[in-house]
Design a binder for this molecule. Structure first.
Ligand SMILES: [Zn+2]
Length: 84
């Protein structure tokens, strides 16, 4: 169902942000109605995939730090549930 434009209310809101075509094309008006949400939320580090394999490197060791560096560069989670 079409709703009236939330700015001018003269015509129907056929553009995003519940604005009519004229209001949406006016950048000053459009800026008044910034969307509260985005369709592309920023992904957090928790959304990253698991590393392909767990490591046997012991916690706190130099080897474990190198594993962290590799995983960081590969943009995967730093910790694996089956790490040593
Ligand atoms: Zn309008």
């Amino acid at each position: 169902m079409l709703k009236p434009c939330q700015h001018c209310a003269v015509t129907f809101a056929i553009r995003p942000r519940q604005l009519c075509y004229r209001c949406y094309e006016d950048k000053a008006v459009r800026a008044l109605y910034r969307p509260k949400t985005t369709n592309f939320p920023k992904r957090s580090r928790r959304d990253r995939r698991l590393a392909r394999r767990p490591t046997k490197a012991l916690p706190g060791s130099e080897a474990k730090l190198r594993v962290f560096e590799q995983r960081f560069a590969q943009r995967v989670q730093l910790f694996h549930p089956f790490d040593a």
